[in-house]
Design a protein around this ligand. Structure first.
Ligand code: ATP
Ligand code: MG
Length: 423
């Protein structure tokens, strides 16, 4: 086979990852902790499709965002409808909230999700084209207490996982009343400086100057440093909301920094925006971010419904855990190996192993027609505690030989007693 063909057949698409058996314990652990912690806060899991109508994201995330502009994987179905692999989880959750009228039973709906997201970005460490997020959304409350709970729950997940040295940055991005004034101030400020901005930012200047603040280009960063602060433009309502949020965070001992330049990549954010990052990750250091999105439900055709949420990248969380040496519970491995002295004993051995597994005993046998000696080597390699040796002689007495691999002792055990022997 040609090398080129091998690359197509034996290499996953750019920016995607296999999660191998050696890594899976990390994922099980993270998923388990997320579910456990979020349920203690009363968030219930929702699973939405991996793809949606493209329009949902165009509307829900915003046409001027990088995600919609550059990063979406879109395709057409056979009838010519435009679909997109989901680049994020909030718009789909709100779509499901509206579709199933989830507010019918409760004015406040608290949901969480876990799943793959897709963005056609330049792959780098911590930045992939298919990656996994967990996220939580509280739909229905405008109270800053809700923002505080979302932040607390997010940090709680990280803490429970054993992550250290995380920093929380908060900001307010204003609302429909006060943001236009701030956008104008930004436009005035960047007007003279447009030439020194990157080409993306020159476009952002026209379409949505707030986005400039999120640019990672060092030269743009220089220009951004001294730009007007949103705090000089927030309306009373937004100011009050932000102050209350800070008080709630203080009251439960959550430490944060305020950064007036923090904006989120998505258009629908209002008031609170926040980001959690890890010192250990280098350039792609954000392990999660969130904020309030009071207009999204309306934007998707629902009634005015305030909401707040958070999303975190699981690959970056696991990378941080590894860098910090966080211990993760590992699979116990195979406990019992069922060996045969000759191929004539396969059938009874297969019955024994089938029963062992019914009793929740992790057991393995040989599928490669190996000699008894080679089977014992396999058992050793698997580091099993016991080997059940099935042979004609013992079977005649209704027994098998069980070898304790820790001390080498062997014992004949009646077929009917095998399970109690291991229990
Ligand atoms: P960034 O500034 O790193 O591009 P973002 O603002 O695009 O992040 P969000 O859309 O808020 O990120 O997504 C929440 C989290 O999902 C991020 O903080 C990050 O941990 C993770 N994330 C986002 N994009 C990727 C990606 N391409 N690969 C891996 N993780 C990602
Ligand atoms: Mg991004």
């Amino acid at each position: 086979m040609m090398d080129k063909e091998k690359i197509v057949l034996q290499k996953a698409p750019k920016g995607t990852n296999d999660i191998l058996p050696l890594q899976i314990d990390d994922w099980y652990y993270v998923e388990k902790v997320i579910k456990k912690v979020l349920q203690t806060y009363g968030y219930r899991e929702i699973r939405t499709p991996a793809f949606e109508n493209t329009e949902l994201f165009v509307r829900g995330i915003g046409e001027t965002t990088d995600i919609v502009n550059k990063e979406m994987f879109t395709f057409q179905d056979k009838k010519g409808r435009s679909l997109a692999l989901r680049p994020e989880g909030t718009a789909p959750v709100v779509r499901a909230y509206l579709e199933h009228n989830l507010s019918r039973e409760n004015m406040l709906v608290k949901l969480f999700y876990l799943g793959s997201m897709f963005r056609c970005e330049k792959p780098q460490s911590g930045r992939y084209r298919q990656f996994n997020q967990f996220g939580l959304e509280a739909i229905g409350s405008s109270d800053p207490l809700m923002d505080a709970e979302i932040i607390d729950a997010s940090l709680h997940v990280y803490r429970e996982l054993g992550l250290k040295n995380l920093s929380l940055v908060i900001n307010s991005v204003g609302c429909r009343k006060c943001r236009p004034g701030y956008l104008q101030a930004l436009k005035d400020y960047f007007k003279e400086r447009r030439d020194r901005l990157c080409s993306d930012c020159r476009e952002r200047y026209e379409k949505n100057p707030l986005r400039i603040l999120d640019c990672k280009n060092p030269q743009c960063q220089m220009e951004i440093k001294n730009c007007p602060s949103i705090f000089d433009y927030l309306c009373e309502d937004c100011k009050e909301h932000f102050n209350k949020l800070k008080e709630y965070l203080d009251s439960i001992g959550i430490i944060y920094q305020v950064n007036p330049l923090l904006v989120r990549g998505l258009d629908y954010y209002t008031k609170t925006a926040f980001e959690i990052s890890s010192g250990e990750l280098g350039a792609q250091n954000a392990v999660g971010g969130g904020g309030r999105y009071d207009y999204l439900v309306e934007e998707l055709g629902g009634n005015h419904t305030p909401a707040v949420g958070f999303a975190a990248g699981i690959e970056r969380m696991i990378a941080t855990m590894q860098k910090q040496g966080v211990g993760v519970p590992k699979w116990d491995g195979i406990q019992v190996f069922v060996a045969v002295t000759s191929s004539d004993d396969i059938m009874p051995a297969f019955k024994i192993i089938s029963d062992l597994r019914k009793y929740d005993i992790t057991a393995e046998m040989d599928f490669l027609n190996k000699s008894l000696k080679a089977q014992m080597r396999s058992a050793n390699k698997m580091n099993v505690s016991y080997v059940v040796i099935v042979g004609q002689e013992e079977l005649k007495e209704g027994k098998v030989m069980i070898k304790n691999m820790k001390n080498g002792e062997q014992e004949k055990v009646s077929l009917t007693k095998i399970y109690s022997y291991f229990k």
